[in-house]
Design a protein around this ligand. Structure first.
Ligand code: HEC
Length: 162
């Protein structure tokens, strides 16, 4: 192509590229939630919370909420997993859930600690199955979709059984 001449189609092309860049910028400004690592700007994590509601929520409630709830958190490293917000901000480490970043999420890492480790979770001898860890891993990677309360507020097993 002869690059010294600005043909009409080149000019139009340049304008179109500029307009597209502008649109992309606007779109990203509108997005309050940052895209999860690995996802593209156009495929933000779906707001579909089926995986959370049917698999993650019952798992955390059964295996973690007994200790890590708002009421009892002070006795358990200050960590409450009762809402997404508390999972992202509470605990000694100042948050154990980093949406989009499974490796940076202590919530997942502690599940793989050996039993000699003081923070191996859950503390009971039976560890979580690998497929459950994979489930949690993929859920965090996909942006840790977790609806706001009341829908997304986890229930302590004590409140179900007592
Ligand atoms: C029987 C009570 C109990 C249950 C059930 C339990 N934990 Fe814990 N958790 C603890 C205690 C106690 C600590 C503090 C351990 C220590 O450092 O001494 C802790 C610490 C943690 C920490 C470290 C927090 C921080 O900020 O340092 C994470 C993350 C964690 N638990 C996640 C989980 C997850 C996920 C589950 C469910 C799979 C779970 N725990 C189940 C009692 C429990």
């Amino acid at each position: 192509m002869n690059r010294t001449h600005l043909t009409p189609s080149l000019i139009i092309g340049t304008i179109l590229v500029g307009a597209a860049a502008l649109l992309t910028n606007c779109a990203s400004v509108d997005n309050s939630a940052p895209p999860a690592a690995g996802s593209t700007a156009t495929s933000l994590p779906l707001r579909d919370d089926t995986v959370f509601m049917t698999q993650i929520k019952p798992l955390l409630e059964l295996r973690c909420l007994e200790c890590h709830n708002d009421k009892d958190a002070k006795d358990y490293a200050g960590l409450s997993l009762q809402t997404r917000q508390s999972a992202m901000t509470s605990g000694r480490s100042g948050g154990v859930l980093r949406p989009g970043d499974p490796d940076g999420s202590l919530l997942l890492r502690v599940l793989s600690y050996g039993h000699e480790h003081p923070v191996a979770m859950p503390p009971s001898p039976d560890k979580l199955w690998d497929d459950k860890k994979k489930l949690i891993h993929d859920w965090i990677k996909d942006g840790a979709v977790w609806p706001e309360p009341p829908r997304g507020r986890l229930i302590r097993p004590q409140d179900v059984w007592e």
